[in-house]
Design a protein around this ligand. Sequence first.
Ligand code: ADP
Ligand code: MG
Length: 173
Amino acid sequence: MTLPIFLVGARGCGKTTVGRALALAQGCQFIDTDFWLQETAQQTIADIVAHDGWEAFRARETDALKAVTAPARVIATGGGIILSEYNRHFMREKGIVVYLCAPVAVLADRLEAFPEEGQRPTLTGKPISEEVSEVLALRDALYREAAHHVVNAAQLPDQVVSDIEAALQLARA
Ligand code: ADP
Ligand code: MG
């Protein structure tokens, strides 16, 4: 595998979990744009948004995406990365984009079971299933537009990894 693989999808779809497992199986590097951004900025995403606003955060997210893009990498992106047309085109041109698609109920269950406190402020201040439903309604078309492949992310992580490898015709490292 030489082209970078970008994993896109809603919060809780498994970009970080599946990304790590895919990178391990492929013997390549794993990078998470959210972690990279927070380490580089020495601030949490919640702090960046609170101090500088969403627009400034989105600009830094694009910088992070460009900085981490390199061959032989699995790149887990932030859930809102596809909001920017620039980011969608950038990922499609520079690598292979995989949408980890899961129904609202699955996403809401995971986020309720494992709230990533401090990781990401709630987008609307509403109950989790309502928020997930609204955000997905707005973003699903953009995830699909950005993606070369759509994979069922409601399965166990190992199965999601296998499906990505099959879709991309990747051999195990
Ligand atoms: P994302 O990075 O897309 O926001 P994460 O990888 O952080 O999602 O996963 C969110 C939560 O859901 C984590 O607690 C993780 O353990 C769990 N999870 C992720 N993928 C799966 C899966 N395929 N099956 C079951 N649980 C999962
Ligand atoms: Mg993540």
